[in-house]
Design a binder for this molecule. Sequence first.
Ligand SMILES: NC(=O)c1ccc[n+]([C@@H]2O[C@H](COP(=O)([O-])OP(=O)(O)OC[C@H]3O[C@@H](n4cnc5c(N)ncnc54)[C@H](OP(=O)(O)O)[C@@H]3O)[C@@H](O)[C@H]2O)c1
Length: 326
Amino acid sequence: MKDFSENRYDKMKYRRCCKSGVLLPSISLGLWHNFGEIDSFENAEKMLCYAFDNGITHFDLANNYGPPYGSAESTFGKVFKKDFVAHRNELFISSKAGYDMWSGPYGNWGSRKYMMNSLDDSLRRMNLDYVDLFYSHRYDPNTPLEETMQALVDIVRRGKALYIGISRYPKDAAAFAFKYLKERDVPCLIYQGRLNIFDREPENEILDLCMNSGVGFIGFTPLAQGLLTDKYLNGIPQNSRMSREHFLKSSCLTGKVLSKIKGLNNIALKRNQSLAQMSISWILNHKQVTSVIVGASSIKQLADNIKALKNSEFSIEELELINKYI
Ligand SMILES: NC(=O)c1ccc[n+]([C@@H]2O[C@H](COP(=O)([O-])OP(=O)(O)OC[C@H]3O[C@@H](n4cnc5c(N)ncnc54)[C@H](OP(=O)(O)O)[C@@H]3O)[C@@H](O)[C@H]2O)c1
């Protein structure tokens, strides 16, 4: 069992998840990439322990994170057993179901059958009795929303999740879900959406809907998968996400995008921040945001990202300047 530093909670800032009793770290760690079976277990363990040692109490997973599917949860489960068992009550662990997971008609989307079976598998892989937060990972237009929502309600009633959330739901479906859940006394804790300097869709309606409904907002992909860092300023490094040409394609790095990144990098430098830090601070500058889920492939990146908390204020001029590079 690891010894974690006693002052770990002094190193992080915590934010209340809207009107709930839950405080989340301003920066959470996501296990979408770099925690699969194909990745180094030692590096994954080091990042998880470093995160917790720096006050990151929230780890965000999903059934299909890997590759292969399920393996990020298995990696987490191994680390949990080895390093975190004594700290279960200090951790806030989420998982999700909603995307392709197993073959046949019951391994995808939003049926009660899929949601319930998937969570049972996730708990087994993660060596957990319950998750703190379970999400419907995406809106399913072909399943009655009542069915998906009732599955979430029953998951909480059965003690398999303490809270529930939804991810990437369109506004009207989100509003329906919030109402349905509230009426059954299992209010939606949080909405997970993609928000970063380049992707601002939640700013249109979702952030306000969440706040007015008493639901928190947690932003994912804050660094646009690495674009909003200094990583690609001088080409595409080996072993970077873009070099793998899967989720982040090199065709994204057009001359126009590169000149935006350079412009943003200059603003960050003037603020004495790395571009990654400024990008995270920019999201946290939204009052509706509870937490930002970062991804990382090394402790060095994670350390860089956590330092964002040292400078989270923006002048109006800085915000206007940043807006020129959307
Ligand atoms: N709900 C959903 O549908 C959904 C969708 C996507 C993500 N998520 C959640 O959000 C989490 C984060 O997503 P993401 O991994 O796309 O986030 P991200 O933070 O935008 O990108 C992470 C990547 O950026 C690079 N990076 C991170 N810090 C850096 C730094 N300081 N300097 C230079 N490069 C840096 C690394 O790329 P390299 O690997 O190239 O080093 C890292 O893997 C996921 O793990 C998941 O939990 C949820």
